[in-house]
Design a binder for this molecule. Structure first.
Ligand code: CA
Length: 218
C-alpha cells in the first residue's frame, strides 16, 4: 500500500549527504523525514515516530550518541548510525547506547539499503514473533505485508489506523494503557491527547468489526 510507506528519519547536518540519501531512499519507496540537528531529530521522532532512524554522530548541537540514548528512553525504533568516525571506541559507544548498526562514511547506497532491510527485519521479528500474520476469526492481519483482510477482501486502513492496530497486536497479551498507545502511535508529545485515540480507535473498530454489537474475543 503506497499510503503506508516505511517512514525513515534521516539525522544529518551535511546537506550533500542528505541529498544523496533522499535520492537513494525515495527511489526505494521510503518516506523520508530530515533533521539537521539532534534536537530537531528528537522533536521530530516524537511528533512523527519513524520506523527507522539513520543517524550521523557529528551534529552541530548534541552528539549523536546522546541522541541514541535519548531516543532509547522511550522508543525501540531501529537506529542505524552513519558516521565518519571509524574508531572502534566510537562504534562501541554508539552500539552500547542502543544503536542497532553502524556504517562508516564513505558508504555505498547498496550496503546502506541492505543494512536498513536487516534492521527492519530484526525489529519486526522481535516485535511480532515468528509469524507476522495475525488471525482473529475471519480477520487476517499481515504485519510485514501491511495488509488487512476479512474473508480475503482487503480492508483499507489509514497509516494511523495501521500503526494503532500494529501496536494493539504486538501487545495482544498485555494490558496497554492509553498513554502507551498514544506514545507508540503518535509520539511522546501526544500522550495527553486521548481524544486522538478515541477518534481513531472508533474508526478502526468500525472497519474491523462487521457487526459492532457482536464482539469477537481474540
Ligand atoms: Ca556531521
Amino acid at each position: 500500500m503506497s499510503e503506508s510507506k516505511i517512514r525513515v528519519l534521516v539525522v544529518e547536518d551535511d546537506s550533500q549527504i542528505r541529498r544523496f540519501l533522499r535520492a537513494g531512499l525515495a527511489a526505494q519507496g521510503y518516506e523520508l523525514r530530515e533533521a539537521e540537528t539532534g534536537q530537531q531529530a528528537l522533536a521530530d521522532a516524537a511528533i512523527a515516530p519513524p520506523e527507522l532512524v539513520i543517524l550521523d554522530l557529528g551534529l552541530p548541537d548534541i552528539d549523536g550518541v546522546e541522541v541514541v540514548r535519548r531516543l532509547r528512553e522511550w522508543s525501540v525504533v531501529p537506529i542505524l548510525v552513519l558516521s565518519a568516525r571509524a574508531r572502534e571506541s566510537d562504534k562501541i559507544a554508539a552500539l552500547d547506547a542502543g544503536a542497532d548498526d553502524y556504517l562508516t562514511k564513505p558508504f555505498g547506497m547498496g550496503e546502506l539499503l541492505a543494512r536498513m532491510r536487516v534492521a527492519l527485519r530484526h525489529r519486526s521479528a522481535l516485535g511480532e514473533g515468528a509469524s507476522s500474520v495475525f488471525t482473529c476469526a475471519n480477520l487476517q492481519v499481515d504485519l510485514s505485508a501491511r495488509r488487512v483482510t476479512r474473508d480475503g477482501a482487503d480492508i483499507h486502513l489509514t497509516p494511523i489506523e495501521y500503526r494503532l492496530l500494529g501496536v494493539l497486536i504486538r501487545h495482544a497479551d498485555k494490558v496497554v494503557t492509553h498513554r502507551q498507545l498514544l506514545r507508540e502511535v503518535w509520539g511522546l508529545a501526544y500522550v495527553e491527547r486521548s481524544h486522538y485515540l478515541r477518534v481513531h480507535m472508533a474508526a478502526l473498530r468500525q472497519k474491523l468489526e462487521p457487526d459492532p454489537v457482536r464482539r469477537d474475543s481474540c
